[in-house]
Unconditional design. Sequence first.
Lengths: 453, 44
Amino acid sequence: MAGFFDKSNTVAKPGFNRWMVPPAALCIHLCIGQVYAFSVFKIPLTQVIGVTESANGDWSQATLAWIFSLAIAALGLAAAFGGQWLERVGPRKAMALAAACFGGGFIISAFGVWTHQIWLIYLGYGVIGGIGLGIGYISPVSTLIKWFPDRPGLATGMAIMGFGGGAMIGSPLATSLMAFFSGPESVGVGSTFVAMGIIYFVFMMIGALIVRIPAKDWKPEGFDPERDGKRDKMITNHHVHVNQAMKTPQFYFIWLVLFMNVTAGIALLEQASPMAQEMVGTSAAAAAGFVGVLSIFNMAGRFFWASTSDYIGRKMTYVIFFVLGMLLYAAVPTVAASGNIVLFVLACCIIVSMYGGGFATVPAYLRDIFGTMHVGAIHGRLLTAWAAAGVVGPVLLNQLREGRIEAGVAPADAYTTTLYIMVLLLAAGLVSNLLVRPVADKHHYRGDPSNPE
Amino acid sequence: MNTEATSAATTPTWQIAALWAMVTIPALWGFCETLVKALRLFTG
């Protein structure tokens, strides 16, 4: 059976249609995107003993917050260190591992709920599930890029849009299952974890079974990489080994590009609800709806911007993110002060679409600069920028805001300074992006790119 | 060399359609749930 998962057995036979691969990738990303909806379990998990309300011995919100943090940390580490293994063993084995870890993490967590052992949930959903997240996130990326050398932005945009959309499925699915399994003596979280673990494992395994890698000499009809390479000097026809990529300035410039874009986006997403309430005076319910609208733009932006980057180029796409982002962040305080809710929502929606677009466009950017050989592994290492931004963004925003309030500034006005600092971060991202140039010839891989060392 | 012209002829269309339906139906369900909930909260 092990042979079935081997890379050599996943090479597509003549006649395989490449449009089978994006749904295989979506099988993975739509599942692992559930992590963004983990908050739906927060209240029920604080009532495992008390059922209708928190009782003595029930877990606190602070205790539960570690589950998500552990999962994101494990995601970052698994993506960074698992990328090279993924390139060696191929996408099917990696996807199967991701399915086993993500689904298995839910099952282990169910035992944690039933026995009320928090460490089992930390281990299950946090560590093991987080490894599944990291491997699952990067596993279809290089495969998609190899199948769609003519439209890499479109291909990776579809998959990474799935990650954004995963929460939209995970949240109502979890809510429905908890309603089904709950009763007078249980909040139903344990059974929901088991059901979701099985559903996600099966769905992800379907993706693993379907996925194929293209044959060595395959290319889409009418695609001429030599011609494309001459047309846009930012798209290389060479390959760079993942370890060599780490020695190029281009890797660190793109790392900063992603870091700045994500930091600014996370800072807004983190504070979207209180900002809407304090800056433009919406109700708490309307602010929650506003956050929902933002999540739709986050998802849609992933597909829209990544697809657009195939036509206007990756560098230009990030120039738009940073320049338009700077203008919008700078305009938000003025728009909010004018009380124009429609313009405020529109500005935030465009900002969040570019946050999602930054995630979805970066694999194609890496492919343009470093080639396809190790793009999955390089992408995995680059995702450390996401993890770093996940820590820096909210901390920076909260610290700055609290500092302003302590200095006597009104809560609604305290966001203004923070938003202007985001403009500076985006300016730094723009400079970093403009410094990205094609990789020097000395870094190019000299061996057989289909069988790298 | 394998090209898309040959692949389109040999991979059954129903397989591609079924696979896309399998991922788009739950995604659309989630999208509609989120959109309706968001609009209801936002406008209500």
